[in-house]
Design a protein around this ligand. Structure first.
Ligand code: ADP
Ligand code: MG
Length: 580
């Protein structure tokens, strides 16, 4: 896939989020250095104590030594506190911004992306994958930088004290380093896989909860639990296989470390007896050795954190590299206020290559006219209206709005003049007022009231204790189909679009609701270029043109009376429906 040139790629995320806060990164580095260096005072104080202070019997010297150690220890505590504080806050801040960027990118992806993506998987991308990055920035990086720093300084000091002993120690440490590297190159794909399984399991759970009515209705709880269990078990197996590798590294470390200690006792003891080494040197050496090795031992922790973070980063980046729908380079025609003329010229479309579902459509919808799309299920009506909304781009041919090629039009300038009412229209969890105001949050109270009345929403909200302030549940489940439909119509009236798409907006309604809805739809359609897709042919008798679609082609067109008179496909559909 082609990389985006917009301001959303991960490289840009670092440029826009991390780089501006480089001051904190710098302060963090300075704090790491101070904290680690002050830690190193301890081994040297011990050496001084054994080699100088104790033999001299000087209590003043002892006091000064203790004071120095006290200062160093305090400094270390304060700097590491400040460091963790700064890093944790920075990491949280980064995560908040990164999540917002990922969300902003996802919702700007073309609608085709969502046809194939699972909601829960996307949620997991936004929340879990990004969390891995927090670990990286929050503690992983600081530990790694601090660890490498401590290890190197300690190593230099160890060599300075005794090159012989250092050499002996380095052999098992090198073996350990080699083992860990091998282990982590094996663990990385396991972590990548883990992110994937996690997303799948989360995705399934989200779907299960969203479709709970269907699941209960078909008594499928057990089956859903089995599927979920299988996913969780895969997750368990994945974690288990990485645990095997990490615990091997830990055990190898313990063993090699034990070996090194035994060696030091031998060589150190011998060198002290031969007076090649002082007691103080020996003491400082063992303490410094701890300083050098601790970070290497922590590698298994930091290593898995980093591996996890990188896996999350990879997956986030993959998503961020998908091109967004509103590519500003291609869509550079800003529409002024439009008349609302829509023209299709020899338009073809296929969801998959080699499988066209729209096969050469031509029509013109004049400003303010009503075009009805009629045809059997699967004939391509929704696909055509999707191209009017620019959710889908034709694979061949041209769609124009007021003469402009829609595929080059800036989507903001177009969609702000478009309205869509769907069969099972989406309502947010929130109040009825919020749901109606959603396309135009700053609309006046008068405009809102007018929309509410035109769509007969007040006819049922007046009976609610809280009226328009009534909260509707997730997907508006507490409203009836007809009430939800009226709410969706009020929303579209308030949005006041030039072009309007009604996709099966009147199907499955009871007779009483339908009356209200027919009237409110008529009000909504007045003066707008409207596309109506309807099962109920009675709703399209007034259309300016009726396009009869079969298998992606227009097989008949005309007004109701003309099509009835010609006794073709429309006549069949109409008389068939009249009979039932
Ligand atoms: P209608 O609205 O007339 O019932 P559609 O436009 O929804 O028909 O569908 C036209 C054809 O395209 C059908 O064969 C359908 O299976 C196919 N189709 C619809 N949506 C998708 C999609 N997201 N991916 C692949 N094929 C699709
Ligand atoms: Mg459809």
């Amino acid at each position: 896939m082609k990389k985006t040139t917009g301001n959303v790629s991960l490289k840009n995320v670092f440029k826009t989020i991390i780089w501006p806060r480089r001051k904190y990164v710098f302060i963090g580095l300075v704090l790491i250095i101070i904290s680690r260096l002050s830690g190193l005072v301890l081994p040297y104080a011990s050496k001084y104590l054994v080699d100088e202070v104790i033999p001299s019997n000087d209590f003043d010297l002892l006091k000064w030594l203790l004071l120095a150690v006290g200062v160093a220890v305090t400094l270390q505590a304060v700097t590491s506190y400040a460091l963790t504080q700064i890093l944790s806050v920075e990491a949280q801040n980064l995560i908040a911004k990164l999540r917002s960027q990922v969300q902003a990118h996802i919702i700007r992806l073309p609608i085709r992306f969502f046809d194939n993506a699972k909601t829960g998987e996307l949620v997991s991308r936004v929340m879990t994958d990004v969390e891995g990055v927090r670990n990286l920035v929050g503690t992983g990086l600081a530990q790694m930088v601090g660890g490498v720093l401590t290890s190197i300084i300690s190593l230099v000091l160890l060599i300075y004290i005794s090159p012989t002993m250092t050499l002996y120690v380095l052999v098992p440490v090198a073996i350990f380093g080699f083992i860990s590297l091998k282990a982590f190159s094996r663990i990385r794909p396991i972590f990548r896989e883990r992110g994937k399984i996690n997303a799948e399991v989360t995705g399934r759970l989200t779907e299960t909860l969203g479709g709970i009515r269907v699941i209960k209705g078909f008594n499928a709880e057990k089956q859903e639990t089995r599927i979920f269990e299988a996913g969780v078990h895969r997750l368990f197996l994945n974690v288990k296989s990485s645990l095997t590798a990490t615990s091997f590294v830990t055990s190898a470390a313990t063993f090699l470390l034990g070996l090194a200690s035994a060696g030091i006792m031998g060589i150190g003891g011998y060198m002290i007896m031969e007076e090649q080494l002082t007691f103080g040197d020996f003491l400082a050496f063992t303490l410094l050795l701890g300083f050098m090795i601790a970070p290497i031992l922590q590698m298994s922790n930091i290593g898995s954190q980093l591996t996890e973070a990188f896996a999350g980063l990879d997956r986030t980046e993959e998503l961020m590299n998908l091109p967004v729908e509103a590519d500003p380079a291609k869509r550079n025609i800003r529409l002024p206020e439009i008349e609302g003329s829509v023209v299709f010229q020899n338009v073809h479309f296929g969801y998959e290559a080699g499988n066209e579902v729209i096969k050469g459509i031509d029509f013109e919808a004049r400003p303010g006219s009503v075009t009805a799309l009629v045809g059997s299920s699967g004939s391509g009506k929704t696909t055509i209206s999707g191209m009017v909304a620019s959710f889908l781009n034709p694979t061949a041919g041209l769609v124009t709005i007021d003469g402009q090629d829609l595929s080059q039009v800036d989507l903001n300038s177009y969609r702000s003049q478009l309205g869509v009412v769907l069969q099972d229209d989406f309502l947010f969890e929130g109040t009825i007022r919020e749901n109606i105001l959603f396309p135009r949050p700053d609309a006046s109270e008068a405009a809102l009231q007018e929309a509410v009345e035109s769509a007969y929403v007040n006819q049922f909200t007046d009976q609610f204790e809280k009226g328009l302030e009534t909260v509707i549940g997730e997907r508006g489940i507490k409203l009836s189909g007809g009430q939800r439909q009226r709410l969706a119509i009020a929303r579209a009236i308030l949005a006041d679009p030039r072009i309007l798409i009604l996709d099966e907006a009147t199907s499955n309604l009871d007779a009483e609701s339908e009356n209200y809805i027919q009237t409110s739809l008529k009000r909504l359609m007045r003066g707008r270029t409207t596309f109506v897709i309807a099962h109920r042919l009675s709703t399209i008798r007034q259309a300016d043109q009726i396009l009869v679609i079969e298998k992606g082609k227009i097989v008949e067109r005309g007004r109701h009376e003309e099509l009835i008179a010609s006794e073709g496909r429309y006549y069949d559909l109409y008389t068939f429906q009249a009979r039932i």
